[in-house]
Design a binder for this molecule. Structure first.
Ligand SMILES: [Zn+2]
Length: 516
């Protein structure tokens, strides 16, 4: 029987012409056209003349895989702003949630809700060790019983079956901080057996940062799974320079076969709750009511106060109350964006560290605030960025444009790496930066069909001008989109072009290796 006559060469939905291809692998750029059909990259060749429904001219521009952000708190905002403009406008096409040990338990109803909310970027999750422990034990500082450990194992297994890509921890936070290493190992083993990774906001990023890296490596080694130090940084002037040691530990671990990696955001300030950052963890045990009770007892109040003074001096406070900035205070938004020293002055006191500690107690008693802490050194940042095992993750959220005073990382992380650290400071090459934002996080999480520009893979693509790309969000004025990205394609559909989000909402929920 004769074969049916060959159909005409099929046309494409979109061709991106004349760009410089930075394919995500780290290989030097080359010139080619990229043709997309449906949700996939159909062809990459020096010149594609086939007709296409749409053609984008990328002359003078870079064409790369869409960026993958392994560490976001996108739950903050994704349902209000399902287009996640702050991420998509930077070229981010996939965001991961559930970092720092915090995720919904169970995951499935949450993922179903995301799936039903037509969003623009793809969305993936980790299951959080802190949330698992909180559900079984609560915010108590004690070991798990064998029965509790079994229940926690079952919840991690369920998280993986619901579609998580691994287990996250936040051993700095309550209740993660109350978890012995061996207990984390037990849960990591469950995630690892099911194909997941372990990613950790470590127990301490200040004076005990090297011990914390050792612990993260140990959990990967004993748990038998890939392990990652997330948003790696060294906090507090007394500790600056310790990235030399932490990176050596990572190198040594890798040399003996432990799959340990890093991610990072490109800013010298961190952001988290004022209470978590400036109060000792014992003061937070049992939850807010217990903390307030401790503050009513003069002896424990003064103990907490002296700990805050120490933390402002040597750790997260950066040695000066002006290095602590309030990002969002839900009980008084007029404080958003203000510095702790200025708030202290506003309360009629000299902005000394001691008086600032009283302001912190006052803030905690009123309900706490999200804070920004300027206590990281640029040399550590650049040293970590240069490391071959470092990828980029924002640790950001989906801000509501113009509201509060969030850390600029939500708007600027990816374009800042490409503008400031690639073009201006030449800390890493363009190809390496793109690798750290695409193929590397894709490989890390097992997203085999994304993160590289290659025929047959999903068409998540970003077109940008390497000569103009830059971040504009600052700590004073965070609500500013970056510049230089011209087109963003998610699952084959144009989501951003000509400076505007389109009406497409092509994002999908991506499920991990053990999804049932
Ligand atoms: Zn974190």
């Amino acid at each position: 029987m004769l074969a049916a006559p060959r159909a005409q060469t099929p046309s494409f939905d979109l061709i991106i012409r004349n760009g410089r291809i930075v394919d995500g692998t780290g290989s030097p750029w080359y010139r080619a056209d990229v043709a997309i059909r449906g949700d996939a990259i159909a062809r990459i060749a020096p010149r594609i003349d086939t007709p296409a429904a749409r053609v984008v001219d990328a002359a003078g521009k870079v064409v790369s895989p869409g960026f993958i952000d392994l560490h976001t708190h996108a739950r903050r905002g994704i349902f209000e702003v399902p287009t996640a403009d702050n991420y998509v406008r930077q070229g981010v096409t996939t965001i991961f949630e559930g970092p720092d040990g915090g995720s919904p338990i169970p995951l499935r109803p949450f993922l179903d809700r995301v799936s039903a909310t037509r969003i623009t970027p793809n969305f993936a999750m980790f299951v959080g060790q802190g949330s698992v422990r909180d559900q079984v034990i609560g915010p108590a500082d004690r070991k798990a019983t064998p029965a509790e450990l079994d229940r926690m194992r079952a919840l991690v297994q369920q998280g993986m079956e619901d579609g998580a890509f691994g287990l996250s921890s936040g051993l700095f936070y309550v209740p993660g901080t109350f978890t012995p290493t061996a207990e984390v190992v037990e849960l990591a083993r469950v995630a690892g057996r099911m194909g997941g990774i372990y990613i950790s906001h470590m127990r301490d990023e200040a004076s005990r940062v090297t011990d914390s890296v050792r612990e993260t490596i140990e959990i990967g080694e004993k748990g038998g799974l890939p392990t990652q130090v997330t948003h790696h940084k060294v906090i507090g002037k007394a500790n600056w320079g310790k990235s030399v040691d932490t990176l050596r530990l990572i190198d040594e671990a890798r040399a003996r076969g432990v799959d340990a990696t890093i991610d990072q955001y490109p800013y010298t300030a961190s952001s988290t709750g004022i209470g978590s950052a400036l109060l000792p963890s014992w003061a937070l045990e049992g939850g807010r009511e217990s903390t307030l009770k401790r503050l009513q007892t003069p002896s424990s109040r003064s103990e907490i106060r002296s700990e805050i003074i120490r933390i402002i001096k040597d750790e997260r406070g950066g040695g000066d109350p002006q290095n602590v900035q309030l990002a969002r205070c839900d009980w008084d938004h007029s404080l958003d964006g203000k510095r702790l020293g200025d708030v202290t002055k506003g309360r009629g006191q000299e902005p000394t560290i001691e008086n600032a500690a009283d302001t912190v107690l006052w803030i905690i008693e009123r309900g706490g605030c999200q804070g920004i802490f300027h206590a990281i050194n640029e040399d550590d940042l650049q040293r970590i960025l240069r490391h071959p095992a470092t990828m980029i993750g924002s640790d950001g959220e989906v801000p509501i444009f113009g509201q509060a005073s969030p850390h600029p990382r939500s708007y600027g992380t990816f374009v800042r790496v490409l503008g400031r650290y690639v073009r201006e400071l030449k800390v890493i090459t363009l190809e390496d930066a793109v690798r750290k934002m695409s193929a590397y996080p894709a490989q890390r999480t097992g997203l085999a069909d994304r993160g590289v520009l290659r025929e047959g893979l999903k068409a998540d693509v970003v077109v940008f001008d390497p000569n103009t790309i830059r971040d504009r969000a600052t700590f004073e004025q965070p609500h500013q989109y970056g510049e230089g990205v011209s087109v963003v394609v998610v699952n084959g559909q144009v989501a951003f072009e000509d400076g505007k989000m389109t009406s497409a909402r092509p994002g999908r929920v991506l499920y991990g290796p053990a999804r049932k």
